[in-house]
Ligand binder design. Structure first.
Ligand code: NOJ
Length: 603
């Protein structure tokens, strides 16, 4: 249980919000738009849809001016909108329309790096004496080879292309700049107070315009170990460059910078401060950022669950078990309650494959059950809930082998495939393993156009326009329109569709916030290899307890309730349409394949 003076259960708008992530290029275009990209006007046209689903806050991935080398995570102007998405006036309109519906907008803030086309960087690279030289991280070559070519300052690999150095040589000034992600994304030098001031200005600009907070891209990478040492060799032979994470993740000044950000900006608004923090699992480090008294951020994305199948780089596969998955979720549920922090609940975003393909079974037979099982889990965990576009209709990865390599558009996948082809040109087994990794892990799977209807281009853009990214082949059967309209639900015997089920689960969460958002959490089945069962207890009325039982397997399972628990009624289940599932209330709960249930426990 939380300690006496814990603020864990004190209500805040950003704790109970249901936040929906829009990937703007793929969400919704607008009539007459010939770009094949989504647009801000398109987003605005879907606000009623989001409201009906049960969403309170919209977070959009970057829509700022950008050359789109990394789909907008390379920003060339923080105070303007990319013409492919629209104009500042369109964003003002979006904010107005959101407010009218009692909803809010959260922007992506990408300030670990800028685009190499940002005016700051163009100045910085123009000469060694330019006043903005020190706004980025420039270093002399480590050495010069006998053939006259320079060697980078250290062996760090690029994060989105680990075959390459994170350092990029500039012929004009004879120095390297750091670009941890790609050469198009030079890292800002946060040691320089002018850089920090400029970031605070950007934040004020948007908060004054009416946005309600930020999702801060890789915010735990802004402080680097100043000596820039070589990374240990952890990748196999053939890899010249190595992951340097230990020298730039949660670096020595991170907490100083976040505290300063809070003092200079966040404390002046009632804004959401959400940090994306990859590569860190250390409890103390995480709590320094999100502990209720930390004075830094409100919450962060912890990567435990989405890193479950990553060995040490993302584009690779590692076997995992349901028991491990449960342990990760339980760990952070308990930690935040016990240590007065705050969780984020997410299982998808634009950097991850689709959840039903990854954590359940995305075959035609089981996709629907699996997607609903995940909906039950997500909507009953403590913390702020994030839903990623398409998750609500159970969108899945492209079928294995369905896409030719050139259909993958993401810079990470393109670099990965290049590397595989270079390293394993004569090794068919390794080439086919490379393809398998792409089919299972590429970020492209989450970036396909939203499937609105069975119309051409899935209703994402006008029929005669070619979308920037291919539409999944199943859009005629899996789409919003058919899932919203299907006559099922309350008055029929049919099962709810995935969309209708999500809507109902979100409603259930909203109606019982004191249980599912703010309540206590106790794992009931840590040792069970297939079933995840947990109890959520109300933060207000300690007698109100709910049981969640989830079968994460394609086999029937039996879960036996601990003796102290007695079921009063079932409330929701993914096999049934009735409000109260007709299931026996005995201690033995027999579960169908991928079946999930929520029930009330007797006081
Ligand atoms: C995390 C973002 O979510 C991802 O899409 C991007 O490639 C990197 N940060 C770099 O900005």
């Amino acid at each position: 249980m939380a300690s006496q003076d814990s603020t864990y259960a004190s209500p805040k708008w950003w704790k109970e919000a249901i936040i929906y992530q829009v990937y703007p290029s793929s969400f919704q275009s607008h009539p007459g738009n010939t770009t094949g990209w989504g647009s801000v006007k398109g987003i605005t046209s879907r606000l009623d849809y989001l409201k009906e689903l049960g969403v309170d806050v919209l977070w959009t991935s970057p829509i700022y001016k950008s050359p789109q080398a990394d789909m907008g995570y390379d920003i060339a102007d923080y105070e303007d909108i990319d013409p492919c998405y629209g104009t500042l006036a369109d964003v003002d309109d979006l904010i107005r329309e959101l407010k009218r519906r009692d909803m809010r907008l959260v922007m992506d803030l990408v300030v670990n790096h800028t685009s190499n086309q940002h005016a700051w960087f163009l100045e910085s690279k123009s000469s060694k004496t330019n006043p903005k030289r020190d706004w980025y991280i420039w270093k002399a070559p480590k050495s010069i080879n006998p053939d006259g070519s320079p060697e980078p300052p250290n062996n760090w690999a690029q994060i989105l292309g680990e075959a390459n150095s994170a350092w990029n040589y500039d012929q004009v000034t004879g120095e390297y700049y750091l670009g941890l992600f790609t050469p198009d994304q030079p890292d800002l030098n946060w040691e320089n107070p002018e850089v920090r001031e400029a970031v605070w200005d950007v934040m004020h600009f948007w908060l004054k315009r009416g946005v309600s907070g930020f999702r801060m891209d890789v915010i735990n990478l802004i402080s680097k170990v100043p000596s820039y040492p070589d990374a240990p060799l952890i990748l196999g032979p053939g890899h010249k460059y190595q992951p340097g994470q230990q020298f730039f993740v949660n670096g020595p000044k991170l907490h100083d910078y976040l505290t300063e950000m809070n003092r200079q900006v966040l404390s002046k608004y009632d804004a959401l401060a959400l940090g994306e923090m990859p590569f860190i699992y250390d409890e103390d480090e995480i709590l320094k950022a999100v502990g209720a008294r930390s004075g830094e951020l409100n919450m962060i994305f912890i990567f435990g669950l989405v890193d479950i199948d990553n060995p040490n780089v993302r584009m690779a596969l590692k076997p995992w078990t349901v028991r491990e998955m449960k342990a990760i979720i339980t760990r952070w549920q308990r930690t935040m309650i016990e240590k007065d922090g705050w969780n984020t609940v997410f299982i998808e975003n634009h950097d991850q494959p689709r959840s039903v393909s990854r954590y359940a079974d995305d075959s035609d037979e089981w996709r629907d059950k699996g997607a609903k099982l995940l909906a039950l889990m997500q909507t009953t965990l403590g913390g702020t809930l994030f839903v990623y576009q398409g998750e609500e209709i159970g969108m899945r990865n492209a079928r294995s082998g369905e896409w030719p390599p050139e259909a993958f558009r993401d810079v990470e996948t393109i670099n990965y495939w290049k590397k595989v082809q270079t390293l394993y040109a004569n090794d068919p087994d390794m080439l086919s393993l490379g393809r398998k990794v792409m089919d299972m892990k590429a970020r492209d799977h989450a970036r396909t156009p939203m499937q609105w209807s069975a119309a051409p281009n899935a209703g994402f853009c006008d029929p005669e326009v070619t979308p920037w990214m291919r539409v999944m082949s199943d859009y005629k059967t899996v789409n919003v329109e058919s899932q919203m309209q299907q006559q099922s639900g309350e008055d029929s015997d049919g099962e709810l569709t995935t969309w209708q089920f999500w809507q109902r689960c979100l409603k259930n969460r909203a109606e019982h916030k004191e249980v599912f958002v703010y309540g206590d959490f106790h794992d009931q089945s840590p040792a069970d290899p297939n079933v995840y069962a947990y109890i959520r207890t109300s933060s207000v009325d300690s007698g109100d307890r709910w049981l969640v039982v989830l079968n994460f397997s394609g086999q029937k399972q039996r879960f036996v309730l601990p003796e102290a628990l007695e079921l009063e009624s079932w409330a929701l289940g993914n096999y049934v349409s009735e409000k109260t599932p007709r299931k026996p209330l005995g201690r033995a709960v027999d579960l169908q394949e991928w079946e999930g249930l929520i029930g009330k426990v007797r006081r």
